[in-house]
Every structure is written in C-alpha cells, then in structure tokens.
Design a protein around this ligand. Structure first.
Ligand code: FES
Length: 69
C-alpha cells in the first residue's frame, strides 16, 4: 500500500498511518488529483468510506493511503 511505501522508505510524515493500516484512524488521508483517483485499480470499500467520513477536509477524490494497493 502507499502506507507501506511511506514506512519502508522512512518518509517523515508526522502522525501518518497511526493505526498501521487497520482502518481505525484516518491519518493516512490523501487527496488525489481526479486523473490519479480515476486510475486506481480499486474503489474504496464501505469500511474505507466509513473511516473517510471522519477525515478532515474530505473531498470526492479522497482515499486512505493504507488502502491503496
Ligand atoms: Fe489508519 Fe490508514 S493508517 S486508516
């Protein structure tokens, strides 16, 4: 996932991925460009959508980085 890329490359994004991909935070919230959002191979699951509802500044092209494979 994109979360794995951040962790494995020791990218310093404070607080990013607090729940380590267990869908219990929303700190991995990303706002994608429309063209990038449309290119993703999967759409958000109901569980991801529920957690996205809690994300700050939610947009139509928001995703959780831990759910993008
Ligand atoms: Fe917590 Fe993605 S890391 S929901």
């Amino acid at each position: 996932s994109l979360l794995d890329i951040v962790v494995n490359n020791e990218i310093d994004l404070e607080g990013y991925g607090a729940c380590e991909g267990t869908l219990t935070c929303s700190t991995c919230h990303l706002i994608l460009k429309k063209e990038d959002y449309d290119r993703l191979p999967s759409k958000p699951t109901d569980e991801e959508m529920d957690m996205l509802d809690l994300a700050y500044d939610l947009t139509d092209t928001s995703r959780l980085g831990c759910q993008i494979l």
